[in-house]
Design a protein around this ligand. Structure first.
Ligand code: PBG
Length: 326
C-alpha cells in the first residue's frame, strides 16, 4: 500500500512559494541592448528580419538609449553601418565614424548612467564584408587585422566607450587591443572579448541589420566550429591571459553547454549573446500565433542565466525590461 511521496510538489503550490525557492532569475541588470546606428539616413529604418529592431539615426539612437536607461538597462552595445565601405574599413576608426559620433552623443546624453560598449570589428565597414584585412589571395590576414582592431579600439575609447568588444575572432586580438589602449592612456577602458564565437547560421538577420554579409566565402576560417566545446575553453583562457576583463559566448541557446563550462572554469564575468537568429525565430513563430513570444523570450533568457551567464546581450532587452518593470 502506501502513497507516493509528494515532497517535490509542496514548494510549487503557490506563486510566492515558487518565487521563494527559485534558484535563478532574470533581472533588468542582466540585460545588454545591441543597437544599430546608420550614417546618412534621416529616419530610423526597420530591419525586416528582426521585427521591432531598427537601424537608428543618431537622433533616434539618443532617444532609445535614454529610454533604456530610464528602464534601468545597464548597458548597450553599438554597431555602426557606415555610408561608405572600402577594403580597409576606414569608417571603423575615423574620428567622425558613425559609432564614434554616437558614442560622443550618448556619453553626453547619459553620462555614466549606462555602460557604453562598442563592437570592435571590420565587417560592417569593409566592402568585401569580411571581419579583417584581406591578403592578395582573399584570406583574412590575422596580423594586419590586429593593427586595425587596435586603432578602432583607441578611436572608440577616445569617443567615450567604457568597454571595447572585439568580435572578429583574430588570434591575439585582446592582447593587441589591451596594448594599444594602455599605450594611448586608456588604462581604465575594459575589454569584453567575444571569446567563444561560433561560425553560426544564426547571424543571418544581423547581417541584414548591419549590412555586413561577406561578399564571398564564409567566416569558418576565423570563427569557431560548432562541433567544438573544449576548444572554447582554450579560446577563453587565451583571452583572459591577454587581458580580457569579461568574456562572451555566442550564440547562446545552442551553446548552453559552453556557457556552463566557461562559467565553471573561469572567474571573470561571462556574457552570452542571444543573437539575431534566436530573436527572429521567436518573433516569427509568435507572429503566427504558434508560441507566446513574451513567455518564450523570458524562458530563453532565463535558461541562459541558469547555464551560468552573468549578463545577456539580447534584442529583447527593451521589451523584457518593460515586462520586468511592470
Ligand atoms: C561581427 C558580428 C556579428 C554579430 C555580432 N558581431 C556578425 C558575424 O559574425 O557575422 C552577430 C550578432 C547577431 O547575429 O545578433 N561584427
Amino acid at each position: 500500500m502506501g502513497f507516493p511521496e509528494r515532497r517535490m510538489r509542496r514548494l510549487r503550490r503557490t506563486p510566492a512559494l515558487r518565487r521563494l525557492v527559485a534558484e535563478h532569475g532574470l533581472r533588468v541588470d542582466d540585460l545588454v541592448a545591441p543597437l544599430f546606428v546608420k550614417e546618412g539616413i534621416d529616419a530610423p529604418e526597420p530591419v525586416a528580419s528582426m521585427p521591432g529592431v531598427v537601424q537608428h539615426t543618431q537622433e533616434s539612437l539618443r532617444k532609445e538609449v535614454r529610454a533604456l536607461a530610464g528602464l534601468g538597462v545597464p548597458a548597450v552595445i553599438l554597431f555602426g553601418v557606415p555610408a561608405r565601405k572600402d577594403a580597409h574599413g576606414s569608417g571603423a576608426d575615423a574620428l567622425d565614424g558613425v559609432v564614434q559620433v554616437a558614442l560622443r552623443n550618448l556619453r553626453d546624453e547619459v553620462g555614466d548612467g549606462l555602460v557604453l560598449m562598442a563592437d570592435d570589428c571590420l565587417d560592417e565597414y569593409t566592402d568585401h564584408g569580411h571581419c579583417g584585412i584581406l591578403t592578395d589571395t582573399g584570406e583574412v590576414d590575422n596580423d594586419a587585422t590586429l593593427e586595425r582592431y587596435a586603432s578602432i579600439a583607441v578611436a572608440q575609447a577616445e569617443a567615450g566607450a567604457d568597454v571595447i568588444a572585439p568580435s572578429g575572432m583574430m588570434d591575439g586580438q585582446v592582447g593587441a587591443i589591451r596594448a594599444a589602449l594602455d599605450g594611448a592612456g586608456f588604462t581604465s577602458t575594459a575589454i569584453c572579448a567575444y571569446a567563444a564565437k561560433y561560425a553560426s547560421a544564426l547571424y543571418g538577420p544581423f547581417r541584414d541589420a548591419a549590412e555586413c554579409a561577406p561578399r564571398f566565402g564564409d567566416r569558418k576560417q576565423y570563427q569557431m566550429d560548432p562541433a567544438n566545446a573544449r576548444e572554447a575553453l582554450t579560446e577563453v583562457a587565451l583571452d583572459v591571459d591577454e587581458g580580457a576583463d569579461m568574456v562572451m559566448v555566442k550564440p547562446a541557446l545552442a551553446y548552453l553547454d559552453v556557457i556552463a563550462r566557461v562559467r565553471d572554469r573561469f572567474d571573470v564575468p561571462v556574457l552570452a549573446y542571444h543573437v539575431s537568429g534566436e530573436y527572429a525565430m521567436v518573433k516569427a513563430a509568435a507572429r503566427h500565433g504558434w508560441i507566446d513570444g513574451e513567455a518564450v523570450a523570458l524562458e530563453h533568457l532565463l535558461a541562459i542565466k541558469r547555464a551560468g551567464a552573468d549578463a545577456v546581450l539580447t534584442y529583447f532587452a527593451r521589451e523584457v525590461a518593460e515586462l520586468l518593470g511592470r
